[in-house]
Design a protein around this ligand. Sequence first.
Ligand SMILES: NC(=O)c1ccc[n+]([C@@H]2O[C@H](COP(=O)([O-])OP(=O)(O)OC[C@H]3O[C@@H](n4cnc5c(N)ncnc54)[C@H](O)[C@@H]3O)[C@@H](O)[C@H]2O)c1
Length: 319
Amino acid sequence: MTILVTGGAGFIGSHVARALLARGDRVAIVDDFNDYYAPAVKRYNAAQLAAVKPVTVHEGDIRDAAFLARVFEREKPDKVCHLAARAGVRPSLERPVLYEQVNVQGTLHLLALAVEHRVKSFVYASSSSVYGNMKEVPFREDARIDRPVSPYAATKLACELFAYTYHHLYGLHTTGLRFFTVYGPAGRPDMAPFLFTRSIMRGEPVRRFGDGTTERDYTFIDDIVQGVVAALDRELPCEVINLGNCRPVALNDFIRMIAEAVGKAAVIREEPMQPGDVERTCADTAKARRLLGYEPHTPFEQGIRAFVAWYREHQRLYA
Ligand SMILES: NC(=O)c1ccc[n+]([C@@H]2O[C@H](COP(=O)([O-])OP(=O)(O)OC[C@H]3O[C@@H](n4cnc5c(N)ncnc54)[C@H](O)[C@@H]3O)[C@@H](O)[C@H]2O)c1
């Protein structure tokens, strides 16, 4: 079984690729190692993978259809796990066109190639951000979601729409996974678990946006990997499924638990809520349980300790 993992040098992609390699799948990854955050981290992730088993790394941009066509020709993947994207809500307000090109056009190139090469299953990353500022929690997949509050969220919604279209027109099996704020070892350095851990360790103030009552459903990377691998295995015809933790953590508790894991008090700098931010995320994971056998089992206190331990050992990568 050959699985093509796009974004395979990134945070979620490298963990998924490792799990697939460990169980004996052949894995090829596509990544452009861009500088959205330190490329050294992505190089490190790719090198760690190669230490598990040989993995082919195709360095290139998913906006480049000819490049992707060569990758498919060479690898002849049975399945695609498409995780490459411009991630991050706030930067998408500055560069909406880039986000549309990478996240939407890049996905379209991959969908077309998946059809052409008769790929058995196309699993792709969507996001909890498609729910926008929805008040009813937990968020269910059948909720009305036509109010994205950032360009990033709009691109993820567009991916879900196009995935349906390719299923409808060509019978491609697609599963979109709406990830809820993923954290853990090798986590993205633009995200709150990383930023807050680093600030607290350095004794610098943490920037708390709003009054600390906003809530996020933080999901540990190992739980996400379990869901992604199950989605690849199930080959569902056309679904969109939440992968979250169903246990939202208030921002003030989040800061306290990181401070405890670091062993140092947090100095808080209060700032106003940012445009594009949402007040609360919380996944309803009943569908994931039913269709994927998904059971998240890592409480935040435990997951954040694992992240802090990892960060202590790897901070040099982010210098
Ligand atoms: N981390 C989260 O909490 C979260 C939440 C919801 C959705 N997601 C989605 O999950 C996926 C993985 O996210 P992540 O947190 O691992 O982010 P990441 O930035 O660590 O990984 C994305 C990878 O894609 C690569 N990439 C970006 N643009 C590319 C391009 N044009 N061509 C080729 N490669 C490119 C990057 O270099 C990176 O290695 C993304 O689609 C993201 O939108 C993540």
